[in-house]
Ligand binder design. Structure first.
Ligand SMILES: Nc1ncnc2c1ncn2[C@@H]1O[C@H](COP(=O)(O)OP(=O)(O)OP(=O)(O)O)[C@@H](O)[C@H]1O
Ligand SMILES: [Mg+2]
Length: 268
């Protein structure tokens, strides 16, 4: 169980995450939603300890994530794999080597520098690529792939870390609708088939509703909604997104205009 308790992340005077508290049960697929600047990325990055925590706690089972340093912190970063909007692959390296980078926490650096990957790691990386229909592209340079293919490589790289949690920060923000579905399905597969908890920042409410079993809504750094997707009414969504609401809520047609009472129409 991941427990976030009173988590606050300040940049100068501004609290990007402000006293956030929630827990995530193993095997959940949680969507974090909210308008731009709400603190979604900072929340995910602080769980992974990429962003500094000003106060509060992150716990994972018995582990006090907030207090980790050095090797223990590196191990935690492997257990809570991040996936980024921009994929973060090494473009000049081939797909297989990019996936093998996910094994770095367990492989001595001299071996990785010399590209002496253990045979079982290579088998694991190929099998991860196969999960997402990418094994045939193992020898291709990463910068020759489409965005959707690159994100699937990034997901395979995360998978070989043997993570318990995947933290995905708008993983489909730069993808077209077809690749969006392929990548979201890949995350769903990781969640359902491997039982790995997924926490995913999403801009689109439609996607959040269709893929997540729980939604956390943020506004100005605070958690303002934490419930099942079905509990997110159009009214709450409008409050969460303010002027961006129409952009993220394609599935909600605008309400029909009120029917004028007899006699009114003539006046209008
Ligand atoms: N490294 C930083 N230095 C200073 N301010 C930051 C930093 N990172 C984030 N912020 C600020 O913290 C607030 C929350 O940012 P964050 O990136 O977490 O929001 P977000 O919900 O992910 O937004 P978006 O949907 O645009 O990605 C913003 O006001 C942002 O400007
Ligand atoms: Mg963000």
């Amino acid at each position: 169980m991941l427990v976030v308790n009173g988590l606050t992340c300040r940049f100068g005077a501004k609290a990007a995450v402000d006293n956030a508290s929630f827990s995530v049960a193993p095997g959940s697929f949680v969507g974090v939603i909210g308008r731009s600047g709400a603190g979604k990325s900072t929340l995910l990055r602080s769980i992974n300890r990429l962003s500094p925590i000003s106060s509060g706690q992150v716990r994972f089972g018995d582990l006090d994530v907030t207090a980790l340093r050095g090797r223990e912190l590196r191990k935690w970063r492997a257990r809570s794999a991040m996936i980024f909007q921009q994929f973060n692959l090494v473009g000049r390296l081939d797909v297989l080597t990019n996936v093998l980078m996910g094994r770095l926490a367990d492989v001595p650096s001299w071996r990785s520098l010399a590209q002496l990957w253990p045979a079982e790691d290579v088998a694991m990386a190929l099998s991860a690529l196969e999960q997402f229909d990418m094994a045939s592209l193992a020898a291709q340079r990463a910068d020759q792939l489409s965005g959707g293919q690159q994100q699937r490589v990034a997901i395979a790289r995360a998978l070989v870390q043997n993570p318990e949690i995947i933290l995905a920060d708008e993983p489909i923000a730069s993808l077209d609708p077809r690749n969006t579905k392929i990548v979201m399905d890949a995350l769903l597969r990781i969640n359902k088939h491997f039982g790995i908890t997924v926490i995913c920042n999403l801009h689109s409410l439609d996607l959040a509703r269709s893929y997540c079993d729980r939604l956390i809504g943020m506004a100005q750094g605070r958690v303002v909604f934490d419930d099942l997707p079905a509990a997110l009414t159009a009214q709450i969504a409008r409050e969460l997104y303010d002027l961006e609401a129409d952009e993220v809520m394609d599935m909600h047609p605008a309400p029909a205009p009120p029917v004028p009472a007899i006699g009114e129409a003539a006046v209008a």
